[in-house]
Design a binder for this molecule. Structure first.
Ligand code: SPV
Ligand code: MG
Length: 313
């Protein structure tokens, strides 16, 4: 084989897998920009990502909280950016729908943010969400110390992330933590306008109130210069029709696969430990065939027929 052909084959293989040619960045852009309310489902590893896709979700939220938890770490930047990138690569390789990655506050300053954006884009992510906090961040539902980043400095972080990704369609979402940190609507709006100006493709406005009131007031006053994304974790009982009416673009169900898995594993381990038997749980867990189906073992059998020499034994 000529060296040129070898290079071509390698390029075809690698780049066909990369986000640049997978259409995932354009798909995420379409989801976020569409006039209909869209939903992103949380996933934290390849298995949960595959299940989200199989269930019909058009896109995935790679939750920082859930990924950290699955790694046995706290959502306080204990996971390094390269650990997160490795998880995202597995999730992306295992699915065809776009992944918006929770990039916390960007793992440092503009330089860290652009490095993370570049690597995430290379490894199959469709977009990156950066929150306007300082490094190290703390989960927005834990404690009251959530120091915000300086607006101008954070605008630089957003712009650097946007320029860092090789794919111009890579989506950058700017997350506003002003309401979480105890500032009012004015501060949230000032920040949202600055971040849209800096090139954010959407604004994520976060709240930890038990009702959607402050999110809906923000949406009402917003001039629509870019789409709004929300995370109804604490205000979970508001019907999504309220978000449609408010012109919100995208809802993120942010940690529910991780919490469902934890609840199921707690219950199962407790029962098996108590009963000293798995007989009672067999009917309640995923049949092995459904796992083999999800992972497409049939394709491997087909490939064996194609590539393995037939043997007589
Ligand atoms: C996450 O899922 O990690 C988020 C959303 O950032 S939240 O935990 O609700 O802040
Ligand atoms: Mg997070």
């Amino acid at each position: 084989m000529k060296q040129e052909d070898a290079v071509n084959i390698k390029l075809t293989g690698d780049l066909a897998q990369s986000t640049l040619f997978s259409g995932k960045t354009q798909s995420l852009r379409t989801i976020i920009q569409s006039g209909d309310l869209s939903f992103l489902m949380e996933a934290h590893d390849a298995l949960s990502a595959m299940i989200a896709e199989r269930s019909g979700f058009a896109g995935i939220w790679a939750s920082g909280l859930s990924i950290a938890t699955a790694l046995g770490l706290r959502d306080a930047n204990e996971a390094s950016w390269s650990q997160v990138v490795d998880v995202i690569e597995r999730m992306s390789d295992a699915t065809t729908i776009p992944i918006l990655v929770d990039g916390d506050s960007g793992f440092g300053n503009f330089n860290n943010a652009r490095l993370v954006a570049r690597k995430l884009c290379e490894r199959g992510a469709a977009g990156l969400c950066l929150e306007d906090k300082q490094f190290p961040k703390m989960n927005s539902f834990v404690g009251d110390r959530h120091p915000l980043a300086d607006i101008e400095e954070f605008c630089g972080r957003l712009a650097a992330a946007k320029h860092g990704a090789a794919d111009p369609d890579f989506v950058i979402v700017a997350r506003i933590e002003a309401l979480i940190a105890g500032y009012g609507q004015d501060e949230a709006r000032t920040r949202a306008m600055a971040y849209a100006e800096a090139g954010a493709d959407a604004i994520l406005i976060h709240s930890r109130r038990p009702t959607a009131e402050e999110i809906l007031s923000f949406a009402k006053a917003w001039d629509g210069r870019c789409p709004i994304v929300i995370v109804p974790t604490k205000y979970y009982s508001t019907p999504v029709s309220a978000y449609r009416e408010a012109g919100i673009s995208t809802v993120i169900w942010a940690n529910h696969n991780m919490r469902a898995a934890a609840a199921a594993m707690f219950a199962l381990c407790e029962r098996v430990q108590r009963d000293e038997s798995v007989a009672g749980v067999e009917q309640e867990i995923a049949p092995l065939d459904s796992i083999f189906d999800l992972l497409n073992y049939a394709e491997l059998s087909e490939a064996e027929r194609r590539y393995l020499p037939a043997r007589s034994e």
